[in-house]
Each structure stands twice: as structure tokens, then as C-alpha cells.
Design a binder for this molecule. Structure first.
Ligand code: KIV
Ligand code: ZN
Length: 515
């Protein structure tokens, strides 16, 4: 079966989703999971866009071994140089250069003639090839570009040394037949097209990103770009797990294969959802909570008689496990460590000890500890950077009743070691708590989003809260998990504030190093 390369851009296009704000450690965790999932290429960021992105791309380039790491750059020398500084450590450094080719982008955004765009693309691809062994060139807004111009510029860019040509549907405007036809036309009319790989990159504004990507594959594309859970700018990108599983389940029809380890799919999706705070809808294909549930009696009856009556794939194929008890009150440190390793999480001895303590506390209150619970605890510990002075919760108490005004009392230790305490009222328990926290925390705060979910099902399920705060002018996300919804809410709030403290500390450290 002809192989299809999977190019993951969760850390670049995905991170452009409104409100998503990942730190270096979280990006690294995602990169390691993408490598386990088996993606061929990962776009780790846009190194010239910020110091934080540069550092994250560099760290990922140094760590990841079996996936080619790439970074995005505009067709500007300084972007290419910066990208090289971050990516030169990679096993197979790759650059992704983009320049718009549609009339509307060239006229209004770039304010350049087609000739200027052509010269710029050619000279920057050839400059990039002096450093990078692999250079992908993207014709931004290709699907709204003039086909004759596209043919000419692609031919020249290939002569200049591009190794991959990507034709994005940047605004999610195209349809499967139209997008497939564009690739067929390019393959038939660009004389040197056989020297490069052809790639597709689809946005989901009309809900067609996956269908468009598959149409591109049917028309000779050998690389599919997208993100996990389809996250990304506006309505997002093509959902890579949907593309990959569609090709596998319908291999009788499509006859293409990817190198993905599909049974790592659910774990990859869960990690991205937890770290970005963008939870997937219950009925999302492949990874949604209901994707393998059968509710209707007729369906349940059919599945009991023969699974294939209503199931076109098994949950195991994509790594969805039935949540069974795996560890409990009497499980020892050794069994715990083995399970952590099986989940693919690497922890230092110190963090492992901390995780074991949390697990033990959980087993006091929760009879059945599932993989989901454990994974939630581990992710919280894994991405918590210690060493920085933070706000720590000493205690909180909430008075709530239908006949009185909700009142919260909170006591915290501040980053400079003082203990502070106060009380506030609110319309509800969470508001009272958040107002109290706000009164105790020195930084300027504004709550912009609050979510509460349960991890798994059952009355003793863990609560997981996700908040977005503007702290000192910066948008910060925070996560918190606990048995109790109010405790989870407080943890998430403090997590967002402490992430800001860590960010401030890290940027001061970086400035000191660069002096
Ligand atoms: O959607 C798009 O056109 C992009 C480019 C940067 C490739 O993301
Ligand atoms: Zn894009």
C-alpha cells in the first residue's frame, strides 16, 4: 500500500486556537506523545514568533529522535536563520516556509505583485536550502489561487530546491472534488513535480477538512497535515486521527497506509485535550466519549449478537479501553510504577514519589482508580515545574445554602512566604471562592473562562476544572483535579496564576543568560 506521511501541526497551527497557551514543558510532553503515536513529521512551532516558541522548538528538536522536527518561517532571512538556530539539533531538521499566492492575499495582505511573490519565494527557498536538508514550501491560500500562477511558482520553487510542496486550503473554502482536482491539475502541469512530495493542509470552516484531505490523497498527495482533535485557528484543522482511521478502516477502498500506531490514538487525544483545555465533544468521531457507546435497544441487541452489526471498528484499535479497576487501596509502589511506565509517562524519582502519594490519597476516597484517573494525576504532576516561588493553598472553606449568601474563606502562602487569609461573598460557591482568591493574590486578575468536567463516570468520579485567566495582562490557562468540584476549581485557578509566576521566572532567567 502506498505510504502516506503524517505531518502533525498541533504544536503550531493547533496552538493558534483561541485561548490555547502551552508552556515549554507541556509542548515537550505533547511532542513525546506524538513521537510515540508515530507521526512522520511534527511542526514544533514558529521559532521567530516569540522567545518562548524558539525555546520550545529547540528543546523538542534536541529530544525527539524518530520523527522529523520542523518549524514554520515566513520568507524572510531572519526567520529562516532563527528557525535554523532552533532546529539544527534535530535528527532531520526541516523548514516550513510559507507565502500567500491568492490574488486577495497578494494584493491586500502582502501588497506585492505576483512577480515579486515569485522572486521572494524562489530566493528564500534557495537560501533555506543552504542550511536545511528538507524544505517544505506552502502556497498559502492555494485553494483560492490562480492555477496558472500556481503552476509557474511551484515549478520555480522546486528548481530552487524545495523538497515538499504544500497546497493549503487556508480558509476552509474548498470542496473535496475541487481540492482533488487542483492536485490532479498541478501533477499534470508542473513539469518537475515528480522531484517533490505533495502535501495537503485543510482547515475546517465548512466541516470538510477531513473529506478534503482524503480527496487530496486520492489525487496523488503523499503527506497529510493536520492536528489532533482537529484543533486550530477558527474552526480548526483536519483531524489527523479521523484521516488515519478512515484510511485504515476503509483500506479495502483507499489502499493507502500510514505508519501511525493507532492504539496510541486515544491517549494522544486525551493528552492534547487536557493540556489545551479544548475538550472534545462527546460525539466526536474516533475519540469522543460516545464514539463506541450504543444507546438504542435495537443497537445494543445487535451488538450483543454480533459486534459488527453496529461497529465498524473496535475501540481497542484506537486505544479506547473499557475503564476497569487496575490499581486500588492495596496496590504497592512497585505495581504503581509499572503502571506509570505502561502508560508511557516518564517521571523523575521525586515526581514518582509525589504521584504515588496522590494516588494513595485518592484510593482512600475512591474505590476504583481507573487509567483515566491515574493519567489525570500524572499529567498534573508531570507538567508542574517546581523550583519557582508560587501561591500555595493552606485551606479553604465555603458556606453555601439556599437561604444564605455564599461565603468563602481562603488562606494562602504567597510567593514570598507570607500566610494571608480573607473572606468574600459571591452569587455562588465558585464565585465566592474566586473573589476571595483574587483579593489575596497580588497580580491583576480577570477570569475569562471556567469549565468543569468529570473524569470518567460514576458518583465518585474525579472532577477536572479548567480556567482561563488574564494574569498581569497575559492569558494563562490552568487545570485542577480533585475529588471535589470546589477543590478542583480552586486548584485550576491557582494553577493558572502559578503558571504565570513560572513564566515570569523563566523569562527573567533567560534574559540573564542572554546578557
Ligand atoms: O493554513 C495555512 O495556510 C497555514 C500555512 C502557514 C501553511 O497554516
Ligand atoms: Zn493552517
Amino acid at each position: 500500500m502506498p505510504p502516506i506521511k503524517i505531518f502533525d501541526t498541533t504544536l503550531r497551527d493547533g496552538e493558534q486556537s483561541p485561548g490555547v497557551n502551552l508552556n515549554k514543558q507541556e509542548k515537550l510532553e505533547i511532542a513525546k506523545q506524538l513521537e510515540r503515536w508515530g507521526v512522520d513529521r511534527m511542526e514544533a512551532g514558529f521559532p521567530a514568533s516569540s522567545k518562548g516558541d524558539f525555546e520550545a522548538v529547540k528543546e523538542i528538536a534536541k529530544t525527539i529522535k524518530s520523527t522529523s522536527v520542523t518549524g514554520l518561517a515566513r520568507t524572510v532571512k531572519s526567520d529562516i536563520d532563527t528557525a535554523w538556530e532552533a532546529l539544527k539539533y534535530a535528527e532531520e531538521p526541516r523548514l516550513h516556509l510559507f507565502l500567500a499566492t491568492s490574488p486577495i492575499h497578494m494584493t491586500y495582505k502582502l501588497k506585492q505583485t505576483p512577480e515579486q511573490v515569485m522572486d521572494n519565494a524562489v530566493s528564500m527557498v534557495s537560501y533555506a536550502r543552504e542550511k536545511f536538508p528538507q524544505v517544505e514550501w506552502s502556497a498559502e491560500d492555494a485553494s483560492r489561487s490562480d492555477l496558472t500562477f500556481l503552476t509557474q511558482i511551484i515549478e520555480k520553487v522546486i528548481d530552487a530546491g524545495a523538497t515538499v510542496i504544500n497546497l493549503p486550503d487556508t480558509v476552509g473554502y474548498t470542496t473535496p472534488a475541487e481540492y482533488g482536482e487542483m492536485f490532479r491539475y498541478i501533477r499534470e502541469n508542473v513539469s518537475n513535480i515528480d522531484q517533490v512530495e505533495l502535501s495537503c493542509h485543510c482547515h475546517n470552516d465548512l466541516g470538510l477538512a477531513v473529506a478534503n484531505s482524503i480527496a487530496a490523497v486520492e489525487n496523488g498527495v503523499t503527506q497529510v497535515e493536520g492536528t489532533i482533535n482537529g484543533i486550530g485557528e477558527r474552526a480548526g484543522n483536519a483531524s489527523l486521527e479521523e484521516v488515519a482511521v478512515a484510511l485504515r478502516v476503509r483500506s479495502d477502498y483507499y489502499e493507502y497506509s500510514t505508519g501511525l500506531k493507532l492504539d496510541e490514538t486515544k491517549r494522544t487525544s486525551d493528552l492534547i485535550a487536557k493540556l489545551t483545555g479544548m475538550y472534545v465533544q462527546a460525539n466526536k468521531a474516533i475519540v469522543g466519549r460516545n464514539a463506541f457507546q450504543h444507546e438504542a435497544g435495537i443497537h445494543q441487541d445487535g451488538v450483543l449478537k454480533n459486534k459488527e452489526t453496529y461497529e465498524i471498528m473496535t475501540p481497542e484499535m484506537v486505544g479506547v479501553k473499557v475503564n476497569t479497576l487496575f490499581l486500588g487501596k492495596h496496590s504497592g509502589r512497585h505495581a504503581f510504577k509499572d503502571r506509570v511506565t505502561e502508560l508511557g509517562i516518564e517521571l523523575s524519582e521525586e515526581k514518582l514519589k509525589e504521584a504515588f502519594e496522590m494516588f494513595k490519597q485518592l484510593t482512600d476516597r475512591k474505590k476504583e482508580v481507573t487509567d483515566d484517573d491515574l493519567y489525570t494525576i500524572l499529567m498534573e504532576i508531570q507538567t508542574d515545574t517546581a523550583a519557582v516561588n508560587k501561591y500555595n493553598l493552606e485551606m479553604f472553606q465555603v458556606q453555601y445554602g439556599t437561604a444564605n449568601i455564599p461565603t468563602a474563606t481562603v488562606s494562602l502562602t504567597t510567593p514570598d512566604g507570607k500566610t494571608v487569609q480573607t473572606a468574600q461573598t459571591g452569587q455562588g460557591s465558585v464565585e465566592a471562592l474566586y473573589k476571595t482568591l483574587d483579593a489575596l493574590i497580588e497580580e491583576d486578575l480577570q477570569l475569562t473562562d471556567y469549565q468543569l468536567n468529570s473524569v470518567g463516570r460514576g458518583k465518585d468520579a474525579l472532577a477536572e476544572s479548567h480556567v482561563q485567566l488574564i494574569v498581569g495582562g497575559e492569558t494563562m490557562n490552568g487545570r485542577g483535579t480533585a475529588q471535589d468540584v470546589l477543590q478542583a476549581s480552586v486548584n485550576a485557578f491557582l494553577n493558572a496564576v502559578n503558571r504565570y509566576m513560572i513564566q515570569q521566572y523563566t523569562s527573567k532567567e533567560e534574559q540573564a543568560v542572554n546578557k
